[in-house]
Design a protein around this ligand. Structure first.
Ligand code: DX5
Ligand code: ZN
Length: 222
């Protein structure tokens, strides 16, 4: 069964609380929290995402799927741990070497949070392979990280397929999360390629009917 993680990046600033209620009512599986530090990517969303997490901690029990697009990964891990997220994902490209990747994985795991490692569109799957035995999920970016509402980059579909094959060939139980440009036109391709957690932001939050869009995204043909 595919799970939907709703990105809050494209949320309009008016009646945020009502929007968060409406998303939960639409039966999303996670709130996808896009944390950007203005260094790893140009945008800075730290204050807004912290505010959303503060609201969510008082109005929702849905799990938080925190996507760190930051350079200083350890400090953002600790600042978002307070919200008891279900998942914390960092970018492979933020690490200076293998030791640092392993350190960050350990730091997240020792706080009983699922560990995700994310790769940008141009990062090859081979570069993340050695870490697969240690993580719970791989977040395959299907757009360049940094903003919502972008078009899905088609070559990333083949990357998802290659990753799925690698995991199957090596009998590894690692979730594949896809993130960026996922909407009613692209969802079947992403799902069929092997992603089982789909991040969707603008396709949901720009729509008139969240329930309808989430339902259709979930029905994606696998
Ligand atoms: C981009 C973020 C994505 C993005 C998804 O850097 O990681 O989560 O907000 O938004 P849409 O679905 O609008 O592409
Ligand atoms: Zn994201």
């Amino acid at each position: 069964m595919v799970e939907i993680s709703a990105s809050l990046l494209s949320l309009k600033n008016e009646n945020v609380i009502q929007t968060l209620y409406n998303l939960e009512t639409a039966k999303i599986d996670y709130f996808h929290i896009d944390v950007m530090d203005g260094e790893f990517v140009e945008n800075n969303t730290v204050n807004r995402m912290t505010e959303y997490c503060e609201y969510l901690s008082s109005i929702s029990n849905l799990p938080l799927d925190v996507h760190l697009m930051v350079k200083d990964v350890p400090s953002y891990i600790s600042s978002f741990l307070v919200f008891e997220p279900n998942i914390i994902t960092f970018h492979l490209e933020a690490a200076k070497d293998k030791e640092q990747v392993m350190e960050w994985i350990k730091l997240i795991k020792q706080n009983n949070v699922r560990v995700g490692i994310s790769v940008k569109p141009d990062t090859q799957i081979e570069e993340v392979a050695e870490f697969l035995p240690f993580v719970h999920l791989v977040l395959v970016m299907t757009v360049e990280p940094g903003k919502g509402g972008q078009e899905l980059i088609p070559k990333t579909i083949e990357k998802i397929r290659a990753l799925k094959k690698y995991l199957q060939d090596n009998q590894m139980e690692v979730d594949i999360e896809a993130d960026g440009g996922i909407n009613l036109e692209t969802v079947d391709y992403v799902r069929e390629a092997g992603a089982n957690i789909l991040v969707s932001g603008s396709a949901i939050t720009n729509s008139e009917n969240y329930v309808d869009v989430v339902e259709k995204l979930k029905k994606a043909k696998g």
